[in-house]
Ligand binder design. Structure first.
Ligand code: IVH
Length: 446
């Protein structure tokens, strides 16, 4: 997209949908469709996103708000109808026996309460009757559907566009958490288990150190490392990557071995899968939100990335009655953690020498809470943030170099190590100095 076009659509985005004319809304919807398809391709196609999840989600919600205000303008290529991405041609394509759906998001407690109300209303549940839900972490990885016939793993597919995914069967066979054969008796003839492939923080860090030592590009975060490792044409590469798998859903089943979500997870466990231990059954909205806070409190210590909590109607007969919208079930919602962006002040920049000898600039920050974790250091992952420091007059990042005292945006989504995302030049005050300038001043004062 040209800069001019992006600029004008950004200006429109700041206005409430009610204040836009149909022409303006149509232009913005077009820009959003293009922009979101670029981010989808970067995220899913290349496993290399350029915007944070928070920014992506905000654009998706803006698109939906405009579509709700101007239903006649919903585009054929609307981002709201898209699940995932077009599968890469380099992989054989596999059509899912049942579509792999996405989840609708709830951003706060009110939206969770609204979800529970909408479920009860759809079902016509009387006030004195309980509808139970499960609550479990939303794992930040790559979804994978595993098909077993007569108890044996026969195929594995990524989500792809929701209808057709990539055939990654041989790759999936290298993941220790993926059983090749299901344990136990009475395993249905056809079983499709769905879940998330992910990488632990410790494994991710070790992998990136190996990548750097081998002169290869490090991965941006554990999710990209997991998705990139799963989608390798050479499954010997996948086998060397420390991938893990949690089972949490299913597709085609020749018969259902249980009648509740919670029991299905117990059955999966008995068959040999790992299921997330933080899954509970709740009977009220307050209990769901309490569990959300419990998971959120444990988040930093889990050792793997999660980006919210998923609530699902527990009783499978009710799930069936609720059914699905075009790309998400009515019986589930993802309660997302708040945006992991925060603004703080840059105290200093230090150059760190890594174990491999690589030099990396580190920002020392005024401590700030980002997504529930106190952050006082961040990487300056792109060296051009400070490349011009000390060379007065150099234009770097369109003049957006970093100076001590600057107000910066820090980002932590999905990442183990926080990053400095941007600098707010409007808030730069005259004493803001480059570290070299500051040291020079200190030296002359001594
Ligand atoms: S349930 C029909 N449960 O989130 C519902 N999804 O935005 C199927 N995810 O594509 C999904 N953790 O990749 C479910 N505990 C969990 C999950 C989970 C992560 C991912 C999954 C899905 C995406 C939806």
């Amino acid at each position: 997209m040209s800069n001019a076009k992006r600029h004008s659509s950004n200006q429109l985005r700041q206005r409430l949908p009610e204040t836009l004319t149909a022409d303006e809304a149509a232009r913005e919807l077009e820009a959003l469709a293009v922009e979101l398809s670029v981010y989808d391709a970067q995220y899913h196609g290349a496993d290399a996103p350029t915007v944070s999840d928070a920014v992506y989600d905000a654009l998706k919600r803006r698109n939906l708000a405009l579509e709700q205000r101007f239903p006649q303008l919903v585009r054929k290529d609307s981002p709201s109808h898209r699940v995932g991405y077009t599968p890469l041609e380099k992989f054989e394509q596999l059509r899912h026996a049942q579509p792999m759906l996405s989840l609708k998001n709830a951003m706060d407690d009110d939206e969770v309460a609204e979800f529970v109300r909408s479920v009860r209303k759809f079902l016509g549940t009387p006030e004195d009757v309980t509808v139970a839900f499960t609550a479990e972490p939303k794992i930040d990885g790559a979804s994978l559907s595993l098909r077993y016939e007569n108890g044996k793993l026969v195929s594995a597919a990524t989500r792809g566009d929701g209808a057709v995914g990539e055939n990654v069967t041989e790759n999936a066979r290298t993941i220790p958490d993926v059983p090749q054969v299901l344990h136990g008796e009475n395993v249905p003839a056809v079983v499709e288990v769905r879940g998330e492939v992910y990488m632990s923080h410790a494994d991710f860090q070790a992998l990136n150190e190996r990548q750097l030592a081998a002169g290869a590009q490090p991965f941006a975060n554990p999710r990209n490392a997991a998705a990139g490792s799963l989608r390798q044409l050479d499954c010997a590469i996948t086998a060397r990557r420390p991938l893990r798998y949690f089972a949490y859903a299913w597709g085609e089943m020749s018969n259902l071995p249980s009648d509740s979500q919670m029991d299905m997870l117990a059955v999966f466990e008995a068959w040999g899968f790992r299921v997330n231990p933080l899954t509970v059954r709740c009977e009220t909205t307050a209990a769901l939100i309490e569990h959300y806070h419990k998971i959120s409190d444990q988040r930093a210590a889990l050792g793997y990335d999660i980006d919210g909590v998923v609530y699902k109607v527990d009783e499978l007969a009710l799930q069936d009655r609720l059914g699905a919208r075009s790309n998400s079930p009515r019986w589930a919602v993802a309660h997302k953690f708040p945006a992991e962006l925060a603004t703080t002040v840059l105290r200093d920049i230090e150059i760190q020498v890594g174990r491999t000898g690589a030099l990396s600039p580190v920002a020392r920050l005024e401590p700030v809470t980002v997504g529930g974790v106190v952050v006082s250091n961040a990487t300056l992952h792109n060296e051009d943030y400070i490349a011009g420091v000390g060379n007065d007059g150099d234009q770097i990042r369109d003049g957006k170099d970093l100076r001590i005292g600057d107000t910066v945006t820090v980002y932590r989504a999905g990442d183990v190590i926080p990053k400095v995302l941007d600098v707010d030049l409007r808030r730069r005050r005259p004493p803001a100095r480059s570290p070299q300038e500051r040291r020079r001043l200190l030296d002359t004062r001594q």
